[in-house]
Design a protein around this ligand. Structure first.
Ligand SMILES: NC(=O)C1=CN([C@@H]2O[C@H](COP(=O)(O)OP(=O)(O)OC[C@H]3O[C@@H](n4cnc5c(N)ncnc54)[C@H](O)[C@@H]3O)[C@@H](O)[C@H]2O)C=CC1
Ligand SMILES: CC(=O)[C@H](N)C(=O)O
Length: 397
């Protein structure tokens, strides 16, 4: 009897403790046996604290998308150019290839991923590879592979090598039965897209690995991100980026969402700063492992009105895409990020007026000379030529 009581106490403690002490004795079953992911019995599961080294050695997966290049530039300013490796399955253009380390990495190839982590002594991993909401609906099986199987590889390699792991989630992780105005961190999540389902899966798996194996998993649910010098990869919020390109180039824009569709949005500088801040936050300040972050919420009509203040001839028309509209109608309208603000001091800098001024200044409309920047020209060409571009063109609804 005492033996049974002791055993049941041990099991209870393992299940209840956060980042339980069972880390050295219990590992995911797929690590056992002669699997390539085998972990030696004497493996050290204690996280290497970043403070033990001068700086983290960073790997970014899916780094050639809308957000990855900006993240690499941002992190390189802080940690040094050579300590941040950008990776993707696409061929980088010259200016990105020469701006710092770039490496081929397919997240579906576990051995390739592990080799990169080992050879480069990676300590932090930012996992950006994904198929976004609209592209995902157009190719469910690829989205399932990249967003779910790829995530499993990343979680395993991060656990095996004691990495600090950042995985972005999204407003798309909520669905029509979630409270939409505002949407809190903890509520019903029943998304109706493969993108949303895969992101809820990522949140839950990351948190599970944290509590079960001690993985230092950190996750932010991003709103729609608006960037000036990079193109979005096929999402529902893409209109809020495209509108600036079209306003400055042609003075008009055809929107694929209805005028009153309200969605949470954020300028990329705020998004990247939040990402670094949560990665640098002391563990004890994190009462959760997945946080909503927010900056502003607007509709296409409100955004167009703000653009009009700078480009008086600007015209917006609407040609609604039924798939994107259905997705947007199931997503949060306002995001409650009070936990991020309370726990680790999150504060956004850009509201709608600053966002619009910044975007239009970047594209040169304030000079009266609409222009398409070189970077965007490259991005357009790249999107047509690249595998992802081909896929988007081929599968787009
Ligand atoms: N951009 C946004 O508004 C938001 C983005 N996020 C998340 O942030 C992350 C980055 O987003 P974006 O840069 O906008 O995405 P994106 O679609 O622009 O880029 C994704 C990248 O993943 C790469 N990729 C695809 N399959 C891969 C594979 N097998 N192995 C390695 N890489 C692969 C693609 O080549 C592409 O460069 C994603 O996880 C996304 O879900 C979350 C909310 C909002
Ligand atoms: C909000 C996102 O996750 C992304 N921009 C999308 O629209 O799919």
């Amino acid at each position: 009897m005492p033996v049974i009581r002791t055993l049941s106490q041990v099991v209870r403690r393992m299940l209840l403790s956060p980042a339980c002490d069972c880390r050295t004795s219990v590992v995911p079953t797929r690590f056992l046996g002669f699997s390539p992911r085998q972990i030696p019995a004497d493996a050290n599961f204690h996280s290497i604290s970043v403070t033990e080294t001068d700086h983290p050695c960073v790997l970014i997966t899916g780094g050639l998308g809308q957000l990855g290049v900006g993240l690499a530039n941002f992190l390189r300013k802080r940690f040094g150019k050579d300590n941040v490796i950008l990776s993707d399955i696409r061929k980088p253009p010259n200016h990105i290839f020469h701006s710092g380390p770039f490496i081929y990495s397919d997240i579906l190839d576990y051995k390739n991923l592990r080799e990169i982590v080992v050879n480069n002594r990676i300590t932090w991993l930012f996992h950006y590879s994904a198929l976004l909401s609209a592209v995902g609906e157009a190719n469910v099986s690829l989205a399932r592979d990249v967003n779910i199987t790829g995530l499993h590889n990343v979680l395993d390699v991060a656990t095996e090598h004691n990495l600090r792991l950042f995985v972005p989630s999204t407003i798309g992780a909520f669905g029509p039965t979630s409270p939409r105005n505002p949407t809190p961190d903890l509520c019903i999540q029943r998304p109706r897209t493969i993108y949303g389902v895969s992101k809820v899966h990522a949140e839950l798996m990351g948190e599970y690995y944290h509590y079960r194996y001690g993985l230092d998993f950190r996750c932010l649910r991003y709103p729609g991100i608006i960037s000036a010098d990079s193109q979005p990869g096929g999402g529902t919020t893409d209109y809020a980026v495209q509108i600036f390109h079209d306003a400055t180039k042609n003075g008009k824009f055809e929107c694929n969402l209805k005028p009153n569709t309200r969605l949470p949005m954020m300028y990329i500088d705020d998004c990247l700063r939040a990402t670094l801040e949560v990665m640098e936050a002391p563990e004890k300040s994190l009462s959760m492992r997945t946080y909503n972050i927010n900056a502003m919420s607007f509709t296409p009509k409100e955004l167009a009105q703000e653009v009009l203040k700078h480009v008086p001839e600007f015209q917006i028309t609407y040609n609604v895409d039924a798939v994107r509209q259905a997705i947007a109608d199931s997503w949060p309208m306002n995001f409650d990020d009070s936990n991020a603000r309370k726990d680790w001091g999150w504060k956004h800098d850009f509201d709608l007026p600053e966002l619009v001024t910044t975007m239009l200044n970047f594209h040169g409309s304030d000079t009266g000379l609409p222009k398409l920047t070189e970077n965007i020209k490259w991005k357009s060409a790249c999107n047509l030529d690249s595998c992802q571009g081909k896929m988007i063109k081929f599968f787009m609804l």
